[in-house]
Design a protein around this ligand. Structure first.
Ligand code: GDD
Ligand code: MN
Length: 416
């Protein structure tokens, strides 16, 4: 099935099959199956609200959730509920039964493959919603249903594009976050994220929140490449909503069942942060340079090992350089170009990457000779200039020759 057994794929989704994390316009993307009985027409009335609720094995929660939503949602603005479900249990059937008692339309989109995880499910829901407002909330009642009208009301009142339910405002709290460890992790993740995206997250005290309302018109679904849990972060950074408001909320205890969050989800979050932070060419080039610097460590370690094993030092230099190249390749694949890997087979990418990295060394010497001999530069500035020149050349060449689509034909037949 897969042509790409390369290790970074372990960070991918359960069923990514080597594709980009999410592409709603990919004709080969897994087709979601709608539960026919629940197939509801989208709400397009002015001020209408689509509640998008991702579910993964929440059979013991969805009945109570729909009951509480029934008690909380007003008739006006009109609301509809769209579950985007990746369950392996009978959650869709339970929803179907409970929906019969609901005064608002309820639909379930069951996905055979959990592409993009929680975030992918939400984007899948967004592409199907054409109400004025989208509200995203969890199915386990940690997000109080009675706040849904307040979130939309706050947006309408203030003209905001995004209204975030925040645990960090006066009146809000993290009561339901199980244990000191999770509180610490959540706080560290919040600081890190706000530090990395000070502008995009200005006005958002709780970028880790999974409970928010957003105007449909402020979302560009095509721009979204979610990866795991942090869909609000994805929306705030890639769609840059102009006006942002917040409403305090108390994060409740889970109603039933256990959190689906795993340590792997933490790794995915870091990958997601890196992908978001390196979305512009300049940021990517800086990332490329920083990764290149870290490559000195395996390079020197390999050099030490090889020379101690008795390998002649020049041969050892050449071999050790390959350790650095491999290290850089792995990091660049995972952190910088993870959604551009599909245009070429991994062996092809590695071969090209290694070729460029070694060509960089070969090019540096004649360049230094040129700078010194022809331009009369001193050796040190000439070396520095040659380093910078070959670095920029290598970055541009890597992007163009390793990670860009090959042409129209290749772009329509993505490989891993
Ligand atoms: N469709 C789908 N696919 N839904 C999923 C998946 C998935 O792969 N994984 C989780 N979900 C659903 C769950 O069924 C639940 O409705 C919601 O997403 C949140 O999952 P939980 O497992 O309850 O997450 P949590 O309580 O650990 O995390 C929550 O709190 C965080 C803040 O601390 C979520 O709201 C996060 O978004 C939020 O960042
Ligand atoms: Mn939860």
């Amino acid at each position: 099935m897969s042509e790409d057994p390369w290790p970074p794929r372990a960070l991918d989704d359960r069923a990514l099959d080597g594709r980009a994390p999410h592409d709603p316009h990919d004709p080969e993307a897994p087709q979601a199956r709608k539960v026919p009985e629940l197939d509801a027409p989208p709400t397009s009335a002015p001020g209408g609200v689509t509640l998008i609720i991702p579910t993964f094995n929440e059979a013991d929660n969805v009945g109570e959730l729909l009951r509480r939503l029934t008690a909380s949602l007003p008739a006006d603005p009109p609301c509809e509920v769209l579950f985007v479900d990746d369950s392996t249990d009978d959650t869709p059937t339970v929803i179907e039964k409970a929906a019969a008692d609901c005064p608002f339309p309820v639909a379930v989109l069951h996905r055979e493959r959990a592409v993009g995880g929680l975030g992918g499910a939400v984007v899948e829901g967004i592409t199907r919603a054409d109400s004025d407002w989208i509200v995203v909330m969890d199915a386990d009642l940690q997000h109080p249903p009675h706040l849904v009208p307040e979130l939309v009301g706050e947006g309408t009142r203030t003209g905001a594009d995004l209204v975030v339910a925040s645990r960090y405002l006066p009146g809000g709290s993290r009561a339901g976050l199980a244990g000191g460890y999770r509180v610490a992790v959540s706080r560290a993740a919040t600081w890190l994220t706000k530090g990395l995206f000070p502008r995009a997250l200005r006005g958002i005290s709780d970028p880790m929140s999974g409970f928010f309302a957003m105007r449909r018109g402020a979302v560009t679904a095509e721009a979204l490449r979610p990866l795991g849990y942090k869909i609000l972060l994805e929306l705030a950074v890639r769609c840059r909503p102009k006006r942002i408001a917040e409403v305090p909320f108390v994060f409740q205890d889970r109603h039933a069942g256990a959190s689906k969050s795993t340590p792997r989800e933490g790794l995915r979050f870091l990958t997601h942060l890196a992908a978001l932070r390196t979305a512009t060419p300049l940021a990517r080039m800086i990332g490329f340079g920083l990764i290149g610097l870290t490559g000195f460590v395996p390079n020197l370690a390999a050099l030490w090992l090889l020379t101690h094993a008795g390998v002649q030092y020049l041969a050892a230099e050449v071999l050790a350089n390959q350790a650095g190249v491999l290290w850089n390749f792995l990091l660049i694949e995972t952190l910088l170009f993870r959604d551009r890997r599909r245009h070429r087979h991994w062996a092809d990418r590695l071969g090209r990457f290694a070729l460029l990295a070694n060509a960089d060394l070969l090019l540096r010497i004649p360049l230094i000779a040129l700078f010194v001999g022809r331009l009369g530069m001193d050796v040190l500035p000439a070396t520095a200039l040659a380093l910078v020149t070959t670095f920029v050349l290598r970055f541009v060449a890597t992007e163009a020759l390793v990670y860009l689509p090959r042409g129209p034909r290749a772009a329509t037949t993505p490989r891993s």
